[in-house]
Design a protein around this ligand. Structure first.
Ligand code: NAD
Length: 509
């Protein structure tokens, strides 16, 4: 473990932090109607640094009303795709212009290392550019029935979209929903995660400057069980796009059922990274370490279970453990930091509890597991590696969502598949081998929404994103996102006068 010593410049708060993070409703920055707020903590000190408006059902009503009006009376859903696309491009430019500020706020609010927070701004801008392009290049389906009939599908924006997002890489994940919802012509209410509300405060100005009409884009902050639940329960919100924990997803699905809402659920993961003895071990070790310790391990697609073929098991365990001990843990604002502070003391306590559980279950702790030296406060944990983890262990089965890697040996391809599939989750998977036949076979047998062969998680925005089993419902990405935010409306057109059966036209009996 290497830790950096806090220096005053790196611990100081960003300039001009708002004293109150407000909602954004109908183009206005407003507090909660009842004045409710909640404190927001900085993960380096766990001291509250500001307060945020805590939205209640009445605030959600107000935001949905504004979005509803913008949808039914405003220009947004009726704009030509090219017109919306131009505005989305301007949003991307606005995000890139705010790049440094955004990275600074994100690092401060979430504990993400500043260098990785910078990457998030770029990815968020790309999400807007990408969906700006998708919306102008899409085609609709048409079906001809001989010379008699012509049927075509019109994709209509569904209405007011409810977007509920988590605290890990919050701005980027917000953009992943905002961009396709706006591109599709929906208006929306975004409910950001309560542990990381700060970066969303940049959005209103970016949207206004880009020319998004008032009421199209609304934010209501708040606690999940209050603001989030009210959004899910609102009858004028026909669609919920949710990213977060599987347990929360289940609650949202139950609460949506009575309204029969369209749902997209991007949920938790416990993704396997399977390394065979014939793999390029240098690249596999690099990827294994990067995949679990980047973004503080708070990454849904993290390869949190490393499955290693027996002949190279000891070598891989030793190499990964050594690399973990050298991961630079430090203050989020320090550009040398590779692993920053976990988001919140509650989450930190939960991750540390898993470290205790792992040791108590008999897994072998080969790196980390403790608070780094020189960082006596805040939510810092050494990059942690357990070896000899068994499928029955809770740390093998449950999502930890922190910098904790579990390593397990296997002997055969069949056992590798069995272990890979032996959890409730199925978000991502990674296979490292130089045997293409084996890679192709395993890629079909492993239960995951997404799988990478000889690669870390490199996203292609055109491909569908999502998980199977407890990791999600539905797919977003490319056309899949546009399909989700639009309803297909089928129009059947007779091309000539068609015979119609004539009921009631026969002789009276
Ligand atoms: P969470 O489920 O605690 O919260 C997510 C959001 O849901 C927050 O905005 C929260 O306020 C809201 N919420 C909570 N209870 C609610 C309720 N009853 N009704 C409506 N909204 C409610 O998740 P989190 O801890 O913020 O995020 C971490 C989780 O997200 C991890 O499990 C991670 O794997 C998952 N995640 C998945 C993906 C993916 O694409 N599959 C991406 C990122 C994160």
């Amino acid at each position: 473990m290497t830790s950096t010593t806090p220096t005053p410049e790196l611990t100081s708060r960003p300039a001009e932090l708002p004293g109150l993070l407000t909602h954004y409703i109908g183009g206005e920055r407003v507090p909660s109607l009842g004045g409710e707020t909640f404190p927001v903590l900085d993960p380096v000190t766990n001291e509250p640094y500001t307060v945020c408006a805590a939205g209640q059902a009445a605030d959600i009503d107000r935001a949905v009303e504004a979005a509803r009006r913008a949808f039914t009376e405003g220009p947004w859903p009726k704009l030509k795709p090219r017109e919306r696309s131009r505005i989305l491009y301007r949003i991307a430019e606005g995000i890139e212009a705010a790049d440094e500020r955004l990275a600074e706020l994100e690092a401060y609010d979430t504990g993400l290392p500043i260098t990785q927070a910078r990457g998030q701004a770029h990815r968020a801008a790309e999400n807007f550019r990408f969906f700006a392009d998708v919306i102008v290049s899409g085609a609709e389906e048409a079906f001809q029935v001989g010379e008699e009939q012509y049927n075509h599908v019109i994709r209509k924006p569904i209405g007011v979209a409810g977007l509920i997002t988590p605290w890990n890489t919050p701005f980027m994940l917000e953009s992943w929903k905002l961009a396709p919802a706006l591109a599709s012509g929906c208006t929306l209410v975004l409910k950001p995660a309560e542990w990381s509300p700060l970066s969303a405060s940049l959005l209103p100005e970016i949207m206004e400057k880009a020319g998004v009409p008032a009421g199209v884009f609304n934010i209501v902050h708040g606690i999940g069980e209050e603001a989030g639940a009210a959004l899910v329960d609102h009858p004028q919100v026909p669609l919920i796009s949710f990213t977060g924990e599987t347990t929360t997803g289940r609650i949202i699905a139950e609460n949506s059922a009575k309204h029969l809402k369209t749902l997209s659920m991007e949920l938790g993961g416990k993704s396997p990274c399977v390394v065979f003895a014939d793999a390029d071990l240098d690249a596999a070790v690099d990827a294994a370490v990067f995949q679990i310790f980047s973004l503080n391990g708070e990454r849904c697609t993290a390869g949190s279970r490393l499955l290693v073929e027996r002949p190279v098991y000891d070598e891989v365990v030793a190499r990964v453990a050594e690399r973990a001990r050298n991961v630079r843990i430090g203050l989020p604002g320090d550009p040398r930091t590779e692993l920053g502070a976990l988001i919140h003391p509650e989450h930190y306590a939960r991750v540390r509890e898993y470290v205790e559980i792992g040791s108590a279950e008999g897994a072998r702790l080969v790196a980390g597991g403790t608070r780094p030296e020189g960082l006596p406060e805040g939510n810092f944990l050494d990059a942690t590696v357990f070896a000899d983890v068994k499928p029955a262990h809770r740390i093998f089965q449950e999502e930890i969502f922190g910098p904790v890697l579990c390593i397990t040996p296997f002997d055969t391809d069949e056992e590798a598949v069995e272990l890979a599939n032996d959890t409730a989750y199925g978000l991502a998977a990674y296979i490292w081998t130089n045997n293409l036949d084996r890679a192709n076979t395993l890629s079909r047998e492993i239960e995951s929404g997404m799988l990478w062969i000889n690669s870390q998680n490199v996203r292609d925005l055109r491909t569908p994103f999502g998980g199977v089993k407890a990791s999600g419902i539905g797919r977003e990405g490319g056309r899949h996102s546009i399909d989700f935010y639009t309803e297909s409306h089928i129009v059947h057109v007779a091309l000539r006068t068609l015979p119609v059966p004539r009921f009631g036209a026969g002789p009276a009996e």
